[in-house]
Design a protein around this ligand. Structure first.
Ligand code: GLN
Ligand code: ZN
Length: 765
């Protein structure tokens, strides 16, 4: 019998119940026991859904009130000192409010303290809380939640498999305490002591299988980490449960032998991202081990071609027999919950999709097809999948010859500005007439309650198109007035009309679709609803020109056009999997190129193309970086190169690790780049200096995430530091990022100080 299971299920609920409950609890509108009850109810439902869909095992341990990596830290008793949790750790039960304080800095009870760092989980948009470690870290079993959850599931009569972040991946995701240096592997033994204890207890509860998530096996691992894998699992081998080591998010590559050789009972692999490794694994799998083949895409929302996957895995099933397990490639945490809720989505498009709930059915059916126990229902699902995939392959809504033709007609010259930067800079200086240390902002101004209310009413049909436009224009006019009064040199229109920087453009481009309930957890109670990029992309009409032209008409100062770049448009969406991402990206780039030209035509002299997601698109393996950066840079250049020398192209990126990708950043050849630097004390400009980065840079002089008013002298000092690294005439003065989350009462004085700082600098230089 081919076992079916999943690596994990979304915990937010099909109506974001978890978000609502945790936020209500934080605000004091819900009691602790009510919150715990919501958690219990969600788990119960999710297990029921798994069981009803026919999975052979239900997965316990994927629930978290905030984050599963944080849960593992709690299990290990890893709570930084500032949260004063010694007693709780000693008692073996860390309080839920301590968990929330670690995640958010505050909770209904307990002293506020600086929250733990949060960062993206591998190459996903999910954020985990970074385990904060130090050299004399103690480890001690300090949470019983997992065991209670196992009890709950068993009480409901489920066949339970437990999932936990594996010890090496947990350590890998951890970081030494600020200012310390630490070899994380020196902590491994202490970590393993607790894992051994956890596994013992699970065994005592009657758990047979424990899945240890080790996505770090899909990374380039240093030699000592590889060795540590052997050591760790050798140690855990002695425990009385069966271990399934789960690798996902990519190929095992050079870790394949290592993974195969671990002394465990089974291995789960990502057969969506690395289909080519399956046969190799089967050839070498020891006869007592199971292989869990992650054949259903856990990272994307497309319906599986069941016949194709079945055919591909038939020989594997024959060779492995009962030792073949079938699962999605990774936890379904990364996809929306239930497609059935999308009653407004067009039927044909809907037939091409599968969300978490639907992926359970696919998993079960595939396992039964391969295990020779297919039911009539499975046969009809197989049929339906084949029909849907056939329509997807040929639908004129996806495949639009005119888009392909335009792409085919492009030449290298299309991704190349007419002149090199020095010539352009000269031409732009003439046209723009900006002072030294020109001041600007990153694009958005506060999204006030009035703006949000207007958008809501407009969407609901309560506010006419004309009235909505009039109100947005009034917002723009006000933003222009404020900027002129402040004395900023290059203005923006403020993005009042935009809900979200990707959604706004996706809604206007052909090839994108939007769901109503397609929420995916981003971090804690925060969920995002990524658009679906399903078909060939084109731009039926100009998207931003009216707004920008209107804004420009109100002022003599240059008004920056504002667009979201092609890579970010891809990175923050569910992207079609039937053609290379590089091709899809070029299509988006081409649509943006038309917009850039139209803006230029309309008299806009500077256009910013934001690419905040460029870096996060980097593949997990270094060997794949160059390939990605090539097409990503090319796409940006395609979108930005259609203008004359005098039109100034800006880009913006809000992160601070440029060292690795500085040549790609330079290859973008944007005339001006604005970046986040204020928190790194301008040190990250070293990368630009060392590289001899040739174009202009606006290193953010203040952190927009902080409500504190930035000090003039402090900003001057930061810019002086910048001037030690970058020549004066190439420096701009601007905040770190957009201001949409701030209030005008904060923005006005902050920008006034920033403008003042620029004046001080001009007097000095
Ligand atoms: N132009 C966008 C803004 O100002 C940029 C946002 C971003 O970098 N994420 O809001
Ligand atoms: Zn930003």
């Amino acid at each position: 019998m081919t076992i079916s299971h999943i690596c994990g299920y979304p915990r937010i609920g099909d109506d974001r119940q978890l978000k609502r409950a945790t936020e209500a609890y934080w605000q004091g509108d819900m009691s602790r026991s009510e919150l715990e009850e919501v958690g219990r109810e969600l788990r119960r439902e999710n297990w029921q859904i798994q069981r009803q869909s026919g999975l052979d095992l239900v997965t316990v341990g994927d629930f978290a009130f905030y984050d599963q990596v944080l849960n593992t830290s709690l299990l290990l008793g890893v709570v930084p000192e500032r949260f004063n949790a010694e007693d709780e750790i000693a008692r073996g039960e860390i309080d839920l409010d301590t968990t929330f304080r670690m995640a958010r800095g505050r909770a209904p009870s307990g002293q506020p303290a600086a929250a733990c760092e949060m960062t993206k989980y591998f190459d996903t948009n999910y954020h985990y809380l970074v385990p904060e470690l130090h050299a004399d870290q103690h480890f001690r079993l300090a949470s019983t939640r997992l065991f209670s959850e196992v009890e709950e599931a068993r009480a409901d009569g489920h066949a339970v498999k437990v999932v936990l972040t594996g010890p090496l991946s947990w350590l890998w995701l951890g970081k030494e305490r600020a200012g310390e240096s630490l070899d994380r592997l020196s902590l491994l033994d202490g970590v393993l002591d607790v894992y051994a204890e956890v596994l013992q207890r699970l065994a005592a509860q009657g758990v047979e299988w424990v899945q240890l998530d080790e996505p770090a096996l899909a990374l380039d691992l240093p030699g000592n980490w590889k060795a540590a894998y052997e050591r760790a699992y050798f140690r855990l081998q002695a425990t009385p449960v069966k271990l399934l080591v789960a690798a996902y998010f990519g190929a095992l590559g050079d870790n394949l032998s290592l993974a195969l050789g671990l002394p465990v009972d089974g291995l789960h692999v990502d057969a969506v991202r690395a289909p080519g490794e399956v046969d190799l694994l089967v050839d070498r799998l020891l006869p007592h081990k199971v292989l869990s083949v992650g054949a259903i895409d856990g990272r994307n929302i497309w319906r599986t071609d069941l016949a194709e996957v079945r055919d591909r895995l038939t020989s594997v099933a024959q060779r492995l027999g009962d030792r073949l397990w079938i699962a999605p490639s990774c936890s379904l945490l990364h996809v929306p919950v239930d497609l059935a809720r999308e009653t407004e989505l067009d039927a044909e498009l809907k037939s091409w999709l599968a969300f978490a709930r639907q992926k359970l059915d696919e998993t079960v059916t595939l396992a039964r097809l391969l295990g020779g126990r297919a039911t009539d229902e499975d046969e009809s699902r197989l049929q339906a999948s084949t029909t849907a995939l056939a329509s997807r392959r040929t639908s004129p809504r996806i495949h639009r010859p005119e888009v392909a033709e335009r792409l085919a007609g492009l030449t290298a010259a299309d991704s190349q500005r007419a002149s090199r930067y020095p010539r352009r800079a000269e031409a732009q200086r003439r046209v723009l007439g900006l002072p030294l240390f020109p001041t600007t902002t990153i694009g958005s101004f506060p999204q006030t309650v009035e703006i949000r209310a207007a958008r809501r009413r407009h969407r609901a049909g309560e506010l006419s198109e004309a009235d909505y436009a009039a109100q947005m224009k009034a917002e723009i006019a006000e933003a222009v007035r404020v900027q002129e009064k402040l004395g900023l040199d290059m203005l923006v229109h403020g993005e009042a009309e935009r809900n979200d920087m990707v959604e706004y453009f996706g809604e206007q481009l052909d090839g994108y679709a939007f769901t109503r309930f397609g929420w995916v957890q981003s971090y804690g109670s925060r969920c995002v609803k990524p658009p679906i990029l399903y078909g060939d992309v084109s731009r039926p009409r100009a998207m931003t020109v009216t707004w920008s032209a209107y804004a420009q008409s109100l002022t003599a100062a240059p008004m920056k056009g504002m667009l979201t770049g092609p890579v970010t448009m891809l990175q923050w969406a569910f992207v079609r999997d039937d053609q290379a991402r590089a091709v899809t990206c070029r299509q988006v780039a081409l649509a943006l190129r038309d917009e850039v030209r139209d803006l230029e035509q309309a008299g806009i002299r500077a256009i910013q193309i934001d690419e905040p997601a460029l870096r996060e698109g980097l593949p997990l393996r270094r060997s794949e970086w160059a390939g990605y950066l090539n097409w990503a840079v090319e796409a940006f250049r395609l979108s930005s190169s259609g203008v004359s020398d005098t039109t100034q192209i800006h880009t913006h990126m809000c992160y601070s690790e440029f060292n690795d990708i500085i040549n790609a950043i330079a290859a973008l050849d944007a005339d001006v780049i604005t970046i986040e630097t204020s928190r790194s004390n301008m040190e990250l400009l070293d990368a630009f200096r060392d590289f001899d980065y040739p174009n202009e840079i606006g290193p953010g002089v203040y952190d927009i995430h902080s409500p504190n008013l930035p000090d003039i002298d402090w900003m001057v000092a930061l810019m002086e530091k910048a001037a030690e690294r970058i020549s004066l005439e190439r420096l701009w003065v601007n905040p770190d990022c957009g201001l949409k989350t701030r209030h005008w009462e904060e923005v006005r004085p902050a920008l006034a100080n920033m403008v003042e700082a620029a004046k001080v600098l001009r007097r000095r230089h």
